[in-house]
Design a binder for this molecule. Structure first.
Ligand code: DP6
Length: 333
């Protein structure tokens, strides 16, 4: 029986980045990637199949204002609906309403939380009852590959896999494993010019791409060791080099993709200064100018104090590792 359902899913921050694809149609990455779910950056999505005139996709903003989503963004959402219609033999039209706790399109993985919440809500609404692993695969197929890492809990590894069925993400360490924090430092909340979906297509045009892919197994080992030993220096060194390596590929691809701005550099330098004073935090950066500071919980207050003094810092989101996609009772409409 189909019903109305709502799911909530976190964004995630990649310690090892997904950049470039082995298979575009199947959304298969070139290597394994590793991430942490973000407790304070999430999307809630309600799905209702029923007697609607057309399929409709809407975003709900603070204050309850609804905006209709059209064009490519709506097409991507409805393609995922279609996948469930075919799997479950459903004909009804759908109404979908989504709400974010953070700005979309600015390097805080809004599509990851959006597609994870959408897929989880669709599974619940249509009565699909596959495994978590299969749900991760279905989420990946929606096109935002990183979304498959927002299904399972805590610290997550996406195995690149041999084929579609084996390319899924699962928990490496659970939510309470380590008191690690991601402070998202928002310096720009506008939409990026070229999103990740398009960026993946250009990755291989960079002369640095091959060496990046060659080095990734070593870096993955370092991140895994850092997590295993709960060693912030080891983890931090590895994720900073990894973030720079991903951006170096983006910056040297055709077309060139410069996601950083002046503030990005200012904050990277600030972190180096802080470390000299014993305030330990390391950066990673997705496809946008905003920095994510990875640190242990004991460093948050001092880092916040330093960041609040910097002109140009608009907002901070302090995230802990959290559960993956969940069905929730409260509906958005
Ligand atoms: C730089 O294709 O998953 O964030 O659909 O925009 O969420 P969106 O992106 P996706 O690529 C993510 C690229 C990345 C690195 C990462 O999260 O692994």
């Amino acid at each position: 029986m189909i019903k109305k359902a709502t799911a909530k899913a976190p964004a995630n921050i990649a310690f090892i980045k997904y950049w470039g694809q082995r298979d575009r149609e199947l959304v298969l990455p070139v290597s394994d990637t590793i991430s942490m779910n973000l407790s304070d950056c999430f999307t809630t999505t309600t799905v209702d199949f029923g007697d609607y005139k057309n399929d409709q996709v809407e975003i709900k903003y603070d204050g309850g204002k609804l905006e209709v989503v059209s064009g490519k963004a709506a097409d991507r959402v409805l393609a995922q609906v279609q996948r469930f219609r075919e799997l479950m033999g459903i004909r009804e039209n759908v109404r979908i309403v989504s709400q974010n706790t953070f700005p979309a399109g600015a390097g805080i993985a809004s599509s990851a939380s959006a597609f994870a919440a959408l897929t989880k809500a669709l599974a619940q609404a249509t009565g699909w009852n596959g495994t978590k692993q299969e749900l991760s695969v279905l989420t990946r197929l929606a096109g935002s590959g990183s979304a498959c890492r927002s299904i399972d809990d805590g610290f997550v590894k996406w195995n690149h896999g041999k084929d579609s069925a084996s390319s899924y993400a699962e928990t490496l360490y659970p939510v309470g494993y380590w008191d690690l924090v991601d402070i998202v430092v928002v310096v720009d909340d506008g939409h990026k010019a070229i999103g990740s979906a398009e960026g993946h297509l250009y990755a291989h045009t960079s002369p640095l791409f091959k060496s990046r892919v060659r080095d990734l197994p070593v870096r993955i080992g370092q991140v895994e060791a850092g997590l295993h030993h709960k060693d912030i220096e080891q983890l931090g060194e590895a994720i900073e080099i990894e973030a720079i390596s991903f951006h170096a590929v983006a910056m040297t691809s055709s077309p060139r993709l410069f996601y950083w701005n002046g503030m990005t550099i200012i904050l990277m330098n600030l972190l180096q200064e802080c470390r000299k004073e014993g305030i330990v935090g390391y950066f990673t950066i997705d496809a946008g100018p905003n920095i994510h500071i990875i640190c242990e919980g004991s460093m948050v207050a001092q880092l916040q104090q330093r960041l609040n003094k910097v002109d140009g810092v608009k907002r901070l989101y302090v995230n802990k590792p959290c559960e993956g996609a969940r069905v929730v009772e409260e509906q958005l409409f």
